[in-house]
Each structure stands twice: as C-alpha cells, then as structure tokens.
Design a protein around this ligand. Sequence first.
Ligand code: PAF
Length: 284
Amino acid sequence: MEVVETSAQLAAKIKDFKASGKTIGFVPTMGALHQGHLSLVKEAGRLCDVVVVSVFVNPTQFNNPDDLDRYPRDIEKDMALLRQTACELLFVPSVNEVYPEPDTRVFDFGSIDKVMEGQFRPGHFIGVAQVVSRLFDIVRPHKAFFGAKDFQQIAVVREMVRQLNMSVQVVDCPIIREEDGLAMSSRNLLLNDEQRKKAPLIARSLFDSCNFALANGVKETRQMVMDAINASNQLEVEYFEIVDGNTLQPVMLWDDSDYIVGCIAVYAGEIRLIDNVVYKNSMS
Ligand code: PAF
C-alpha cells in the first residue's frame, strides 16, 4: 500500500492504472477505521482492480465545531488496518490540498436533504457534497463505496452524481454491526462504558419494530421505537422517521410505498449515533 498526500501524485498514479486498463474502486472515509470501513474496502477489491481509500476529516460537513474537534483520529492505526486489505493507494490529504480555495459551492438536492440529518445538521450535506465531489474529481473512480448506515448520505451522493453528470457508480454496502447489534461507527469510540452498554438498545428497538409493524400502523411503530429508546436514561432520540426509501419523505401508511425505511438519530450524552432499518423493499 502506498500513502499519497497530494492530489497531483494521486491523479498521476491513477492515470497510470487506467492506462493499463484497470478499474478504480474508491472508499472515501474520515478515518478511525472499523470493520464497517474494511467491508467497503473488501467489496471494492471484489468489484474493482485497484482500491483507493481516502482518510480526510472534512471540516465543511461539521455543523458543530465541538463534534469536529472530538472526531476520533488515529492515522497510524488506520494505516496498519489498511495494510491488511486490498487497499493499494491511501490518500491522506491536508485541508489545503482538498480545498486550495474555500469551497463556496451550494447544492440543492430538493427534498432529499431537507429532512432528518439535513434538518438537524444544517449545511452538513452541502459539506458532504463539496468533499465527495472534490475527491471524485481527484480520484475519478469507476465505482465508489458507501455504508448503508448513512442511508441519507447515499441518496444525497447519488443525486449529486446525477446533477454533476459524473460517471462514477455509487455502490451501497450493508451496515456492519457489533455482536450486540450496535451499528459500527467511528463515533462508538467516544461512548463511555455506561453509554456503550445502553447503545445496542437502538438497533434492538429497530429490529423489534419490524415485528411490531406487522400488526400496527406507521404512527404506532414510530412511537414504539421512540418510547423504547427514550426509556433508557442514557439515550435520547433526536428524530425517528419512517420514510419512502427513494424520496426520503415520511410515509403515513405501510401501503404508501414499496420501499420503506426507518431512520434514526440518537444522542448518548454528547455523542450522536445514527442507524436505520428497512421495513419493506420490493426490489430486494
Ligand atoms: O461517511 C463519511 O465518513 C463521510 O461523510 C465521507 C463520505 C467520507 C465524506 O467526508
């Protein structure tokens, strides 16, 4: 695995790979890597000839400066983990390298980025679109791999790719969970013992709600999940929305769509965790 810090170096290496007919798979990350990230790298290695991973904590997607400050960083550990994978090129740029000039672009993703994360983290998806489009411009991958835990992020990135007419294929990969069900996240490292013990209640409530939903309406199911999680003294639901998986708009009835997903954000103290569950997907 080669570690590259500048866009020019990376672009030159990728040009050579492409000249020899190789396909490029790209896994953008903010580091503090865990098995969820490694599963994306594995899938990229399965579907592409060359895997490029980036580690860059993107300041423009943090609406809360404290969240940016405490975001876990451990590049040595990340490199050690990646050396055991199919990752061939690791891109570790500086802020100046990604943003030689401040990125003032504003995106409009219609209704997709106004709800849920978009509502509670204003500007977050503009920042995600800025960095992902910039990284796509540098890496020019054939395929890019994202984890389904960030369900809304994938919808936003797909819409961005459509609007900017980029040729990259966005591949979504399943959520990877700890043994107790907690969705893997770099932020899990920030949980104290008590919060970590209670955090699996999020996934458990989502899974239980799939059974509950068989005999109950959308409104009741939504309430059941919120009540179950809020009953814990360590957890507080910020939002739980049951939405159409394509438009991300709330549904009222289970018959309203063929693709229905429940998306949740929960605070454990200062730490914000997200997760989701698919109630219905006629395509799968
Ligand atoms: O999902 C993430 O880790 C980040 O939002 C991403 C896609 C790497 C952009 O900074």
